[in-house]
Design a protein. Structure first.
Lengths: 271, 220, 594
């Protein structure tokens, strides 16, 4: 049995080097490709990403250098020539079990610190609360109004003009403001999103804010964050929700609290 | 040399399995027409028995999933409880008894009391029919009182779980009929009872599973 | 001797065309049936991915030929969004279930287990035959769903309700989804039959001397994957039954109250969509390893064989397979970090999930150590195995991003995930299949496949896979969501227009390169060079059969006895660079006493 392999070894080397150069060139041109960051906790996520990228990048290069080098270097002639007898080495195996385990546990612990900050801490009482109710294929955004409370809703009351079925007989509902696809949140102030859905599962995705949470029918999910950059951003759906999933577009506007309050009172008058 | 092998084979042989051949397993060839002949390095259990136990394990996963989902779903606010019909208690009793009689039949055939064995087997069939009748009566009485599959999640679970168990039981009943016919023809004796043994194991599983499900439906 | 008697029966047994090629009991024929069926499915799945890729690269561009091919799915030459989603759903379903699950464990489980452990057939040949034909029935039902009026299922291969349960939400959730659930139900029964057989055969049918610790790694991997399948598939069955009832008989397991879909209020009560996700992923994560483990096992064996070295750390390799299998049952929540599941649960799942990286790392390092100072033979099988190692590293490392919950907030349901699972589950498992086919083809058909074509196939596929899927990481990092019909609605997703075109072209070329494989595969069946009994100088039992292409019963004479572990290459005491497992050198006279 004869197999030529010099070319294959060389191709592995070439492919690896060219691929690596292309990759590094791309990373230098685009950073990792993050969208401009606009929230407080997002910095943590980006840092964790970059550190993970560096660690896994090193592992990737190391293992591939070995893989490619071995394939290049240790070509047999196919004449039944013997290889190096090396069936086992306990010490080596223990090392490469423990070292990855330690690195990985470190990453988890660090990750969990951030996870706890995002999810295991209650949002402050003065958080700016907004409700997002997903439907095929739009976002109904509700602000509680001056009383800070959302009025009752009832799906039986849903009409074209009352998309979330707001029960107007409830006093708390009187000053509720419902707008379509326009999420306005205050700058440098904690925001608490309450997510619901009228029909199927949607997912509120604010890529600039590193925010994503499913809006599940029959329950309310939450996500709290603090916007740090003024401007207009995208709101997308990240959970397959039907044929219009790809164009379920919303906007996020971050503006100082005072401006936001002016806008809210304008909306109230229009409502 | 060859004799040595045979001696060894005899020692490690599984009762009811001829050496090196899987056709006489009382399953009409289900156990395979190919020789085993390698029992030294195998588990000391007949392949058909092991296969049955694995099937039982898979079934248990199915019902574990059902009952876990039941627990989760019953936490939602809309859960309505309803009592189980009394006739199901009687059916449950019959099924437990049938488990006892089939075990009795198995013991009888092992000790060579073939007459007792056939009677016990027929009694098992009768009790099984009783359980089946009990299930149908129970379902009918529930539907008569307005409890349908789609009435409430609790009734959906009830029907789904009991019917899925019933589908398993149909399989057991067919095996039981098959075994009974063979028994009547005198195919089982104290050296050859694998088919009966498999049937009994499965029947015990159906029984234990039902008791678990019944208690679960009563309590949770 | 008992076996001699049995051999007689085999030889006198008259085989008709039907009993030999259709309702065959022979494990080798059943394995081939699985392989050919999976091959057909793979071509269908690939064609679907082409259609998707063309839509993503050239959205809203009229292509009249598309209407010719797809009919009303693409009226006016533009693929409709609901049918894009149907193509996507069917691509995922077909690839995961019918190609990677049935094609891998079905093909190699059946073909290899009896040959490698020294048995004449599986423990239950009849159930084995049923297993293939129930799989075939599942295939037929799934194919039928392409022809119902509302089109095939379109709610993704994960079929999350309520979308999957309510036809008003998406047309595919009508009859198409019902057929989908029925097909998967039948598929589960088939897989159960298969698993039963694999497990019992491995435990009960080994030849003399073949202890568990002497089994080739492929058998170990398939054995463990079969246990996973036995325990995981019934859970999916429970979910499928509940979803079917919700869909067609108005129960409310998964569908909550107060849904307002298509201008109508639905009459469901209090069900939980999250419950489905728990059930689905409790099955879904082991499923990943049902697919991956056999591929890893094949990779280990192929690497050892063509590196002419013993597999480094055989015990550690088996232990890591077991560890991965065990962990796979307690990690399902990592698919649900941002699903509304309790975040405390998320923390638990992070830990278990990332721990899987440890046994996976052990596997990679052991493969590298096996290659080190080997005498590598670059056959196509070896190339695919080396390629698998590379893909497994790439896909495994991106798993460390996704498994760490905070990063997953941003990356969940983006193209980063698409890249990750196509590397580690899709392409790696596919490479396992290819490595297996190139390696065992001589045993399957008694002829050799063409080496040059095999290498060309490898290089085009390997480079192609990287060109298709690696750029997706960048898209995902930016936050481009998956399952989008077009990227035209958002500015930041539009910037990837060029990249999408690039990926599509790469996908078309890589797909077309598979023609080389098909020509090689079917051509070699008839025109290939006649194979020797052991063309690769491998060590395991399947290479000891009397003919290069064994008949029913596998060995004409006695089944050989086993004296040593698998993968004994280049042993210091051996005369050649390999010692067969059945080689009794040093154990003379033991065969009758053992």
């Amino acid at each position: 049995m004869k197999t030529s392999g010099r070319l294959d070894g060389l191709l592995f080397v070439l492919f690896f080097i060219i691929g690596l150069i292309a990759c590094i060139w791309y990373l230098i041109r685009h950073d990792p490709g993050f969208l401009p960051l606009a929230s407080e906790h997002g910095g943590f996520i980006d840092n964790l990403f970059v550190v993970t990228l560096i660690i896994t990048g090193i592992v990737f290069i190391l293992t591939h250098v070995l893989l490619v080098f071995f394939t290049f270097r240790y070509k047999g002639n196919g004449n039944g020539e013997k290889a190096f007898w090396y069936p086992d080495n306990k010490k080596l195996e223990i090392i490469w079990t423990i070292v990855p385990a330690v690195i990985i546990v470190a990453l988890i612990v660090w990750g969990q610190v951030g996870w706890a900050k995002i999810f295991h801490t209650n949002p402050p009482d003065d958080a700016f609360v907004v409700e997002i109710v997903g439907e095929q294929f739009a976002w109904n955004i509700r602000y509680p109004g001056e009383d800070g409370e959302f009025g009752r809703t009832n799906p039986e009351l849903i009409t074209r003009t009352n998309p979330i079925g707001l029960d107007r007989t409830d006093p708390a509902a009187e000053d509720d403001i419902v707008v379509l696809n326009e999420l306005r949140v205050p700058l440098d102030h904690p925001v608490l999103l309450k997510l619901r859905s009228k029909d199927v599962i949607h997912s509120v995705f604010l890529p600039n804010f590193r925010v994503k949470m499913d809006a599940v029918p029959g329950m309310t999910t939450t996500f709290s964050f603090k916007p740090t950059v003024e401007g207009e951003f995208d709101l997308l759906c990240a959970e397959l929700c039907g044929l219009g999933h790809y164009r379920m577009r919303g906007y996020v506007v971050v503006q100082p609290m005072e401006e936001l309050e002016v806008w809210l009172s304008e909306q109230r008058e229009m409502n | 040399m060859t004799t040595a092998v045979k001696e060894k084979d005899k020692k490690t042989r599984i009762p009811g399995m001829p050496p090196g051949h899987g056709n006489g397993d009382g399953l009409g060839g289900w156990g395979g027409g190919m020789p085993h002949g390698n029992s030294n390095y195998s588990l000391p259990i007949h392949p058909a028995k092991l296969g049955l136990w694995l099937f039982i394990a898979a079934s248990m996963m199915l019902f574990a999933a059902f009952t876990s989902a039941y627990i989760v779903r019953s936490g939602a606010g809309d859960w309505i409880r309803f009592g189980l019909p009394t006739v199901m208690w009687i059916g449950t009793g019959a099924l437990i008894l049938s488990s006892v009689t089939i075990q009795y039949a198995l013991r009888a055939v092992k000790t060579g009391k073939e007459d007792v064995f056939r009677k016990a087997l027929l009694l098992t069939g009768l009790l099984a029919a009783g359980f089946i009748a009990g299930q149908f009566t129970g379902w009918n009485s529930l539907r008569a009182s307005g409890v349908y599959l789609e009435t409430n999640a609790s009734s959906s679970f009830f029907y789904m779980i009991t019917v899925t168990h019933f589908v398993h039981l149909i399989g057991g009943a067919i095996a039981l009929i098959f075994v009974t016919i063979k028994a009547m023809r005198g195919r089982y004796n104290k050296n050859n009872f694998l088919g009966l043994e498999l049937c009994a194991t499965y029947w015990h599983f159906l029984d234990a599973l039902w008791v678990y499900l019944f208690v679960f439906l009563l309590v949770v | 001797m008992a076996s001699e008697h049995a051999v007689g029966t085999v030889e006198h047994h008259k085989e008709t065309f039907i009993s030999k090629y259709v309702f065959s009991y022979d494990h080798k024929m059943i394995g081939k049936q699985y392989m050919i069926t999976a091959l057909v499915w793979a071509l269908i799945g690939m064609a679907l991915s082409w259609i998707m890729r063309i839509q993503l690269a050239y959205p809203a561009e009229q292509m009249p030929w598309l209407e010719t091919v797809l009919g009303r799915y693409a009226e006016g030459g533009i693929l409709a969004p609901e049918y894009y989603l149907a193509m996507m759903t069917m691509h995922g379903t077909i690839m995961v279930f019918f190609v990677l699950t049935a094609g891998l464990i079905g093909t190699f489980g059946n073909f290899l287990i009896p040959l490698q452990i020294g048995a004449r057939d599986m423990a239950f040949p009849f159930i084995n035959m049923l297993s293939y034909w129930t799989f075939f029935l599942a295939s037929v039902i799934m194919l039928l769903s392409f022809f119902v009026e509302s089109g095939p299922a379109a709610a993704g291969w994960t079929v999350y309700p309520p979308l999957s349960a309510i036809a008003a939400a998406i047309p595919g959730s009508g009859a198409g989804q019902t057929l989908w659930l029925l097909s998967i139900g039948v598929f589960i029964v088939s897989s159960l039959f298969g698993s039963l057989n694999y497990i019992v055969t491995v435990l009960n049918m080994r030849t003399k001397g073949m202890t568990m610790g002497r089994m080739p790694l492929t058998v170990w991997a398939i054995f463990i994957a079969a246990i996973l399948g036995l325990l995981a598939f019934p859970v999916l069955l429970s979910g499928a039954i509940m979803l079917l009832l919700d869909k067609n008989l108005a129960t409310s397991f998964f569908i909550p109250a107060g849904l307002y879909i298509g201008g109508e209020l639905l009459s469901y009560e209090g069900g939980s969509p999250i419950l489905w996700q728990h059930i689905f992923w409790f099955f879904g994560h082991p499923e990943v390893y049902i697919v991956a483990l056999p591929a890893l096992g094949i990779c280990s064996e192929v690497i050892a064989t063509y590196a002419r070295k013993p597999l480094f750390g055989y015990k550690a390799m088996v232990a890591s397979l077991l560890a991965i299998a065990f962990l796979s049952f307690i990690v399902w929540g990592h698919h649900m970090f941002v699903s509304g599941m309790n975040p405390f649960l998320g923390s638990v799942f992070v830990l278990t999930t990332i721990l899987i990286a440890v046994p996976s790392a052990v596997k990679v390092f052991n493969w590298l150590a096996t290659l080190w100072r080997g005498k590598l033979h670059f056959t196509p099988a070896m190339l695919f195995a080396i390629g698998l190692v590379s893909l497994f590293i790439t896909g495994g490392l991106t798993g460390i991003f996704l498994g760490n919950a905070p990063i997953d907030i941003q990356l969940h349901d983006t193209y980063f995930v698409v890249a990750h699972f196509h590397f580690v589950m899709g392409a790696a498992a596919l490479f396992g299949i290819f490595a297996g086919i190139y390696h065992w083809f001589p045993k399957m058909y008694g002829r050799m496949m063409n080496n040059t074509m095999g290498k060309l196939h490898f290089w085009l596929t390997f480079i192609g896979i990287y060109l298709i899927f690696f750029p997706m990481h960048f898209m995902g990092t930016t936050g481009v969501p998956r399952r989008y019909y077009a990227f035209t609605e958002f500015e930041y997703t539009m910037q990837y227009g060029g990249m999408n075109e690039f990926i599509t072209i790469a996908a078309l070329i890589t797909g077309a390169a598979q023609i080389i494989f098909l020509i090689n595969f079917f051509g070699s069946m008839y025109l290939g060079k006649k194979a020797e009994r052991n063309p690769w100088n491998a060590t395991s039992l399947e290479w000891t059969t009397d003919d290069p292409m064994p008949g029913h019963g596998n060995w004409k004479g006695e089944i050989p006895m086993v004296y040593r572990g698998p993968h004994q290459f280049s042993t210091p005491e051996g005369k050649e660079d390999y010692v067969m497992q059945s080689d009794n050198t040093g154990f003379e006279g033991l065969e009758r006493e053992n």
